[in-house]
Design a protein around this ligand. Structure first.
Ligand code: SF4
Ligand code: SF4
Length: 366
């Protein structure tokens, strides 16, 4: 059984977030028991795309700051980093830091924002052979990685938290190659599990004060849940988060693979009352009415049917033809014609990167 600390935190007031972050780390022995004499800490946040913290698509700056400050105060040299969707360069990262409030997180905490756009190959021997991951330098260079994820439903992976957050350690557009090479959801999620084992974060915290329900990870709706969840084991943190949101862990291919490999079984709660939310999170690709109807179908049936009938992305009239989706499409299924994105269904692998990266939510999944 893995210990998971669930801390009730009603809002993003910095001192309140800080108090709860301290409660979580102290319950696991405090900063020195995580650092164990090591100095260089990477706080790996979720900065998927340049959106305001209010959109709930990215780790809130108050949470990033509170976690970073905890280790700065313990004498560590702390860097906040992520590789967002799209190209990984200083122009993109500066836009993302500005929009996501990370400058304020750095100011409040005394941590630095990563500006090293390099990456290195790390290999991992897994059950099926050797995996190679092109991982961003601040993660490779860190002695300690603290995974600070956002609690969201996900169009491809069902749920994203501590394990899926580490896909942002892959440098820039190289992420697309993993989608292209692993078009089946189960295979892609098995890769995410191996990536998590490669990065091996020292601690995971999930920002669930305001999470995202519906068409996550970027096009869903903010949903207040009022929790911070912390654990040494990222799979256990995700399990607690899914249960708290009223989402079934059996629908998560990442969780199922984690169980298969013996990386997670059950959890022991410490901290506040873990009773799930009365009204569960609405999963991706469902509105509230549809979710009610699907909830009445046996879970095994809905999983099989759902996997078979995953929809194609639909480009709406809101598209402004910026081309971001086409640049990142692993299947090369999108073209910009007459200032609009146009989909070639024959090439589409239904990875939903386009939906994830469209900043104005012009792509629908129904
Ligand atoms: S769908 Fe979105 S990302 Fe793609 S071209 Fe249109 S506006 Fe840009
Ligand atoms: S069109 Fe969208 S869903 Fe289809 S392959 Fe490209 S990025 Fe993936």
């Amino acid at each position: 059984m893995d210990k998971v600390f669930l801390a009730k935190c009603p809002d993003y007031d910095f001192s309140l977030v800080q108090q709860n972050v301290v409660r979580i780390f102290d319950a696991f022995g405090g900063a020195q028991s995580i650092l164990r004499g090591r100095k260089k800490v990477n706080v790996k946040v979720n900065l998927l795309l340049p959106k305001s913290p209010d959109s709930a698509a990215t780790t809130h700056p108050a949470v990033a700051a509170a976690v970073a400050k905890y280790f700065v105060d313990a004498g560590a040299d702390v860097t906040i980093a992520d590789s967002p969707g799209g190209p990984y360069n200083t122009l993109t990262i500066n836009k993302v830091y500005d929009a996501c409030g990370m400058r304020e997180a750095a100011r409040l905490s005394g941590a630095s924002l990563n500006m090293d756009m390099g990456s290195r190959i790390k290999t991992f021997e897994c059950e099926g052979g050797v995996r190679a991951f092109d991982i961003i330098s601040p993660v490779c260079d860190a002695d300690v990685v603290i995974d600070v994820a956002k609690m969201k439903t996900h169009s491809l992976a069902y749920f994203t938290g501590a394990v899926k957050n580490l896909f942002g350690t892959i440098a820039g557009v190289n992420k697309a190659a993993y989608h292209a090479n692993l078009p089946k959801v189960e295979d892609f999620c098995a890769m995410l599990v191996d990536l998590c084992r490669t990065v091996a974060p020292d601690f995971s915290i999930i920002d669930g004060i305001v999470g995202m329900e519906g068409d996550g990870p970027s096009g869903g709706s903010p949903r207040h849940a009022g929790v911070l969840i912390g654990a040494l084991n990222p799979f256990a943190a995700d399990l607690a988060a899914m249960r708290y949101c009223g989402l079934s862990e059996n629908n998560s291919p990442v969780h199922r693979r984690g169980v298969e490999l013996g990386l997670v079984s059950d959890i022991e709660y410490i901290g506040d009352d873990p009773t799930p939310l009365e009204v569960p999170f609405v999963p991706a690709m469902m509105d509230k009415k549809m979710w009610k109807a699907v909830s009445a179908i046996p879970k095994v049936v809905s999983r099989i049917v759902g996997a078979r009938f995953r929809p194609y992305p639909i480009i709406s009239d809101r598209c402004v033809g910026c081309g971001i989706c086409a640049q990142s499409c692993p299947g090369k299924a999108l073209e910009i014609k007459n200032k609009k994105a146009v989909l070639n269904k024959k090439l589409c692998i239904k990875c939903y990167c386009c939906h994830e990266l469209c900043r104005i939510e012009a792509i629908d999944l129904r």
